[in-house]
Design a protein around this ligand. Structure first.
Ligand code: ATP
Length: 273
């Protein structure tokens, strides 16, 4: 990309109130991440507010996904990966050995690059989490959770008459909304999205972006994206990563018009990356 980003904003440009009040949902201090000898994240500190969308941008391999996965301990599943430093969600240390990782991943849900519904029915995809977390006392309550989650994910009208059909039979964009419904069903507070639109066509992408904008009213959302246009459209805050460091994090509008750092300026104007 050689020209500055064309700035389209879907969302109201007001600053998140949480920023002004200093209320942060996720805080990280001096986080380092290693894969064996490879130092992937260096001394990263960040305060992420609630009820806003934060976008992580930066060139390939700069550590965006690695840091995103730290926020719900998804990196625990990679044997060579070691995380040091301090990460808190709601002031609770998520690397405390006493933390129940299954509960943490319900509270800090994740949506992946490629939609990955379970090979089960649409209903079961959404009902599975609430059932294992004991969130429904009866079948009626479970039905209500499934409907509410599918509604919040903007999928209910399209699937209400075929809840017993396989989730894998939906279109890519519908599958991604099903995965969002699945994450929502267990009452998360933070939703991590790792390039959630990269496998989708522009229409399905627009639908997911609208959904992200609606969801920010109730959740802390962090999205990794390769698209600066997408970051500009959906986020209120943007974090620019480079070579495993967080170069700057702040108001999306300011980041794309008057970045603080030369490296950010060079990246958003297409001089590297
Ligand atoms: N499982 C892994 N094992 C070893 N090294 C890894 C692993 N995952 C990532 N890395 C390395 O860590 C660094 C950061 O990778 P990461 O995927 O976090 O970057 P990214 O900014 O999300 O990249 P992209 O935009 O290409 O997805 C890279 O050098 C990458 O090769």
């Amino acid at each position: 990309m050689n020209a500055p980003v064309h700035h389209q904003t879907l969302v109201t440009p007001e600053k998140p109130k949480a920023l002004a009040a200093g209320q942060f949902k996720v805080t990280a201090r001096d986080v380092d991440v290693f894969y064996g000898d490879k130092h992937a994240i260096r001394k990263l500190s960040i305060d992420i507010p609630d009820r806003a969308v934060s976008a992580f941008i930066g060139p390939s391999g700069c550590g965006k996904s690695t840091f995103l996965r730290c926020i719900n301990r998804m990196n625990d599943t990679i044997p060579t990966c070691r995380v040091t430093g301090d990460i808190k969600v709601d002031k609770n240390d998520i690397y405390d050995p006493k933390i129940d990782v299954v509960q943490l991943r319900a509270k800090v849900g994740m949506v992946f690059q490629k939609p990955n519904p379970f090979p089960k029915s649409i209903y079961e995809n959404v009902a599975y989490g609430p059932r294992i977390h004991g969130l429904a006392a009866s079948k009626t309550e479970l039905d209500e959770i499934v409907e509410k989650s599918l509604r919040k994910a903007g999928l209910w009208e399209e699937v209400k008459d075929r809840l017993q059909h396989p989730g894998t039979g939906l279109s890519g964009g519908q599958q991604q909304r099903l995965c969002i419904a699945r994450a929502i069903a267990v009452n998360p507070e933070v939703i991590l999205m790792d390039e959630p639109c990269s496998a989708l066509d522009p229409i399905a992408t627009a639908r997911i972006e609208e959904l992200i904008d609606e969801l920010r009213q109730n959740y802390c959302i962090v999205i990794v994206t390769h698209s600066m246009q997408q970051a500009a459209r959906v986020s209120q805050l943007t974090a620019f990563f480079h070579l495993g460091t967080l170069v700057e994090y702040g108001d999306t509008d300011e980041m794309f018009t008057a970045p603080q750092e030369k490296r950010t300026q060079d990246y958003i104007t297409g001089r590297f990356g």
